[in-house]
Design a protein around this ligand. Structure first.
Ligand SMILES: Nc1ncnc2c1ncn2[C@@H]1O[C@H](COP(=O)(O)OP(=O)(O)OP(=O)(O)O)[C@@H](O)[C@H]1O
Ligand SMILES: [Mg+2]
Length: 536
């Protein structure tokens, strides 16, 4: 039997409805974010509880409240004069034939409201055991046990975002989503793993169990680790599949653009970089860094301002301390082989984790992510064009999703206009590439980019600016605002957007033993060993 919570007494389509809570219902079982259904004559309106308040029929009651001893008076008041109102926001309606549609009509007075049941959840969010493998269990609605599924096919049609304050479970959510994409083979991924949390293992704050399994450990044959810091990867008990080295020639001026904020580079310094590149082409960085004492002459030879050259030199000099960036050794230089290896992996459906090891500075993260992404994107454009020309199924590129943490550093208003990540977010997967942005400060991301984000997974946020930012482009966002503010500080999230039939609050799926079992590897690890051998 479904539990009846009360009935509708007022409301509107835009502002939502008021549920008068039955006196028998234990008020404290009704929480914001709870998933309920209003049963009208022809439609069921699935709704979220967005707010709760107490009411009395007469103000005198508040002046002369019943004492704890006056139980009879108390229960009489409860029947008629004191009651609670829950604010509901309908998100979806189901017709009598079971087809979901946006809410365009309203239930009438006194329609009953029930707790949604497990059948409703399964009907709305899909069944994870469906043959299409497009539904992936990401958690359950509050106080329920049936999984809410993300539609992975829709997820990969756009760029997506995972937001929340620090420590709310963003990385764990991201790992869940990625595991879904890998397991069900709905996209290949490149993950820029700043803190080495995705590959082998990751720390968990939970007491007792200190570590959780990373994606490489769960899917050894489907994930390849590319490391900037092989020593660090080894210390953590694994060995990288590929050690990344990047020649100076692969660093383009565009890659430095996104570092402008980080390095505090004036725009004149950027202009100078373009001047050097015009003269020295691919060798521009090496040309600049080899000047040392001759900066003045170098500036003169380019017709550039000496101070701007000196500033650029000073700021980029730290590149020399990064062991994975190498000046060319003189002879003919082979186009960046690391990128070739990555492309080869992606073509085989193998996911790439770029581990930064001990190089956790924002400088490194931005630089490397930009260099790699720009080149991979160029290859994807070529692949797409080839496919459009040949129209052969085997030429169709595999969907690629690129995961970046601290996304506002790549996609702030300034950077989004000029860098590769802004381009990818804006072009909407035209070339089979999309982003999965993870961020604790969504208000730092360019508004246009935020409005392009298809599916949002939002854990607790408290800053008003951040809440506003994640709700950009969502109609009637005010109702969701209070839900966001009242999420638990961990393992709860509001899901909304393209990959979900309706917005919903979930208790995040536990990332632990049961999950590992559900991800059970179905291909032997031997395959990857032979592949890696073949490759290198
Ligand atoms: N789905 C989950 N299953 C198990 N534990 C979880 C889950 N989500 C969060 N946790 C717990 O919460 C802790 C914090 O989560 P996580 O590291 O993902 O936060 P975060 O939002 O990425 O934080 P930061 O912004 O600092 O990177 C984890 O160490 C883990 O103990
Ligand atoms: Mg994190």
């Amino acid at each position: 039997m479904k539990k009846k919570l009360g009935h509708i007494i007022a409301g509107s389509l835009t502002e939502g409805f008021e549920l008068r809570v039955n006196p028998e219902t234990d008020l404290e079982t009704i929480k914001t974010g709870k998933f309920v259904s209003i049963v009208g004559k022809q439609h069921k309106f699935f709704s979220l509880i967005t707010d709760l308040k107490l009411q009395v029929t007469h103000p005198d009651i508040l002046l002369f409240p019943p004492s704890p001893k006056e139980q009879l008076l108390s229960s009489i008041l409860k029947q008629k004069d004191i009651y609670a109102i829950a604010q509901l926001k309908p998100m979806l309606m189901l017709g009598s034939d079971g087809t979901p549609s946006p809410v365009k009509t309203i239930p009438s007075h006194f329609c009953p409201v029930f707790e949604a049941d497990n059948k409703d959840v399964a009907l709305i969010f899909g069944d994870e055991h469906d043959e299409s493998k497009k539904f992936f269990n990401i958690g359950t609605p509050l106080d329920m046990t049936t999984p809410v599924c993300l539609n992975l096919e829709k997820l990969t049609e756009r760029s997506n975002g995972i937001f929340g304050k620090t420590g709310t479970g963003k990385t764990f959510l991201t790992r869940l989503v990625l595991a879904g994409l890998i397991k069900n083979e709905k996209a290949v991924n490149i993950i820029f793993d700043m803190h080495s949390e995705y590959g082998l293992q990751a720390r968990t704050e939970k007491k007792g169990l200190g570590f959780v399994k990373g994606l490489k450990t769960l899917f050894p044959d489907r994930v390849s680790i590319f490391s900037l810091d092989p020593e660090s990867t080894r210390r953590r008990g694994g060995s990288p599949d590929v050690t990344i080295t990047i020649p100076y020639q692969s660093v383009h001026v565009e890659d430095i653009l996104s570092l402008q904020n980080e390095l505090n580079l004036h725009s004149t310094a950027m202009e100078v970089a373009y001047l050097i590149a015009a003269r020295h082409k691919k060798n521009w960085l090496q040309a600049l860094l080899s000047q040392g004492d001759n900066l003045k002459e170098f500036a003169e030879s380019l017709g550039a301002h000496p101070e701007s050259i000196a500033a650029l030199y000073r700021k980029l000099k730290r590149v020399e301390r990064l062991p994975f960036l190498k000046p060319s050794s003189g002879g003919a230089y082979k186009d960046n082989s690391v990128i070739d290896q990555m492309i080869e992996c992606l073509d085989k459906g193998i996911n790439v984790i770029v581990e930064f090891g001990n190089f956790t500075s924002t400088f490194c993260y931005l630089l490397i992510a930009n260099i790699i992404t720009r080149r991979i994107h160029t290859r994807y454009i070529q692949k797409t064009e080839k496919f459009l020309g040949s129209q052969k199924k085997e030429d169709e590129p595999k969907k690629l999703m690129i995961t970046i943490e601290e996304a506002h550093k790549f996609l702030n208003q300034h950077a989004a206009k000029q860098t590769i990540f802004g381009t990818i977010a804006r072009e909407m997967r035209k070339y089979y590439v999309s982003l999965l942005v993870v961020d604790q400060r969504p208000s730092g991301i360019d508004q246009e980019i935020l409005s392009q984000i298809g599916t949002k997974i939002v854990a607790q946020l408290s800053d008003e600016k951040d809440i506003q930012a994640v709700l950009i482009g969502i109609s009637n966002a005010t109702n969701l605002r209070s839900i966001l503010a009242s999420l638990d500080s961990k393992k709860q999230a509001l899901l909304l957007g393209h990959a979900l039939t309706m917005p919903v609050v979930i208790q995040t799926r536990e990332y632990g033993q049961d999950f590992y079992r559900a991800m059970g590897q179905n291909v032997t690890t031997k395959q990857i060993d032979t592949f890696i051998e073949e490759l290198f």
